[in-house]
Design a protein around this ligand. Structure first.
Ligand code: CP3
Length: 346
């Protein structure tokens, strides 16, 4: 299908755009009253697993704001359930995995499922959303990247210092590599199924990879990210690779082979771009907490980011991480419109 507003996809390919396209990580979520209204009737996992509900939530932000891309409403963790991982989301605590991977036998017992069967709900939601969008804007699919998935599966939830994960990585590297290989196969087939279902780009979330030293990232993580990126790019869609606190790993980020690299707010955008070098698009990088500031301060930060991007092809405006709960919705609306207006090429 031809996409009418293809500014986002053009930026992914570093082609000229009419203005800087914008979407927001976690753009469907609790800061929206429309989301909270649906959330009252379902648990989070029920929302993810009911295709028409997931489709409705996906569309809420793109109906409320003139965003340049939609992202499918899902989560990085449900695809692990098909491997044999027992997942719940506890109120106020986030994800909990009840059978965390601790021993070589735990890893050996993991199966690599067929995502067309075990995540059929998300694939069906993608089809419903694409029917509704009818080519108005592109739809982004996503997956956790192998390291971030492994860290949840091993720690049993959100880790702090990742000591259990690093103990397996450094203490039993053969077990680590076997786990990463299984997760890589899952990520590749899950992304493949999403592209088949109709997504126009894929973002790999490696949110916690910035907790690794460059040495360990290079040795224990990068080869698997490479496999994922190459396999998805081969399907003809752009790949965005996103992590936080990765400013010290610019050359390794380039080695992922991703079309677009996500940058958090802990570095100036021009500095990040200089370190990454030419030949890659950049996504970012407003501090999500800035959206709680008075509008004038938000505008100053946006102007600064756009000035640092300096009209280069291949800039996608986004937050440096997911939008926060209770973010004022009028600031979200104004941000989207302001970025598009202020960056417009005369
Ligand atoms: O970007 C989007 O709008 C798409 C939806 C999306 C969600 N999670 C919905 C969600 C995406 C892309 C994710 C990715 C995700 N999930 C990541 C990587 C991105 C990141 O933020 O670093 C991670 C680490 C997870 C795991 C996860 N899911 C956690 C740690 C939590 C709890 C924290 C929280 O915000 O409550 C979730 C829950 C979750 N995922 C919610 C949403 C909208 C909130 C659930 C609710 O309504 O209670």
């Amino acid at each position: 299908m031809r996409i009418k507003n293809d500014q986002f996809l053009r930026a992914c390919r570093r082609e000229p755009t009419d203005y800087t396209p914008i979407w927001l990580m976690r753009q469907a979520g609790r800061y929206m009253a429309e989301y909270r209204a649906v959330r009252e009737r379902y648990s989070f996992l029920e929302m993810v697993k009911t295709p028409d509900v997931a489709a409705e939530i996906t569309l809420q932000p793109v109906q409320a704001y003139p965003l340049d891309a939609a992202i499918i409403f899902a989560d990085i963790l449900p695809p692990l359930e098909g491997m044999g991982i027992d997942l719940t989301f506890e109120q106020g605590e986030g994800p909990v995995i009840h059978n965390p991977l601790r021993t070589p036998a735990d890893v050996a017992a993991l199966v690599v499922p067929e995502p067309r069967e075990t995540t059929a709900f998300t694939l069906e939601a993608i089809q419903l959303v694409q029917r509704e969008l009818a080519g108005r804007i592109p739809l982004i699919g996503f997956s956790g990247a192998p390291f971030t998935l492994a860290s949840y599966a091993i720690e049993g939830g959100s880790g702090k210092d990742y000591r259990i994960t690093k103990r397996m990585m450094l203490g039993t590297p053969d077990v680590w590599h076997s786990l990463m290989q299984k997760l890589t196969e899952l990520v590749i087939s899950y992304c493949h199924a999403q592209v088949e279902a109709g997504v126009n780009a894929v973002q790999l979330f490696d949110s916690w990879a910035g907790n690794l030293s460059p040495f360990d990232y290079r040795e224990y993580v990068l080869p698997y990210v490479n496999q994922c990126v190459a396999a998805v790019r081969e399907l003809g869609v752009p790949v965005i690779y996103f992590g936080t606190e990765m400013s010290g790993m610019a050359s390794l980020l380039r080695q992922t082979g991703a079309d677009v690299l996500g940058v958090d707010w802990r570095i100036d955008l021009d500095e990040a771009w200089a370190q990454l070098g030419p030949g890659v698009a950049v996504q970012g990088n407003l501090d999500p907490a800035v959206l709680f500031a008075p509008w004038g301060e938000i505008e100053r930060r946006v102007d600064d980011i756009l000035a640092r991007a300096a009209g280069r092809d291949g800039h996608i405006f986004n937050l440096g991480h997911g939008i926060l709960t209770e973010t004022p919705v009028d600031h979200v609306a104004r941000l989207v419109e302001y970025v598009q207006m202020a960056s417009r090429v005369a």
